[in-house]
Design a protein around this ligand. Structure first.
Ligand code: HEC
Length: 94
């Protein structure tokens, strides 16, 4: 009788743990945006202010931004897609 109760409690706690894990996994996945879906403005904000003050888009011309992003892409370890999105954002906002 007693061991049955203990078994039930153990089973219940395992089930609860699995449920909690699933919940964490599900909500975790739902709230984080995959990199490739992040807009340029967000990528810019997250990547371009680490080493120096973030330079406002209107501080450079389209051509200058193109050169700078090519240069900063390697510094910031960005993928081609990320760099492209950041450049697009900068050129649209200057
Ligand atoms: C790992 C550090 C680092 C990251 C990340 C970084 N930069 Fe830079 N950035 C530098 C350094 C160092 C310089 C100055 C020397 C040089 O040009 O290499 C610089 C210079 C600049 C300049 C000035 C260029 C000039 O001629 O006046 C601009 C504009 C700039 N970065 C924009 C960006 C943008 C946009 C990003 C994001 C894509 C970025 N940086 C990410 C390190 C970084």
């Amino acid at each position: 009788m007693k061991s049955r109760k203990i078994k039930a409690v153990a089973l219940l706690s395992v089930a609860l743990m699995i449920l909690a894990l699933l919940l964490i996994l599900l909500t975790g996945c739902a709230s984080s945006v995959p990199i490739k879906e992040k807009p340029g403005a967000q990528l810019w904000g997250e990547n371009c202010g680490h080493c120096h003050n973030i330079r406002p888009p209107n501080s450079l011309t389209d051509g200058e931004w193109s050169a700078v992003v090519t240069h900063m892409r390697t510094r910031a370890n960005l993928s081609a897609v990320e760099a492209e999105k950041i450049l697009e954002f900068l050129q649209q906002s200057n």
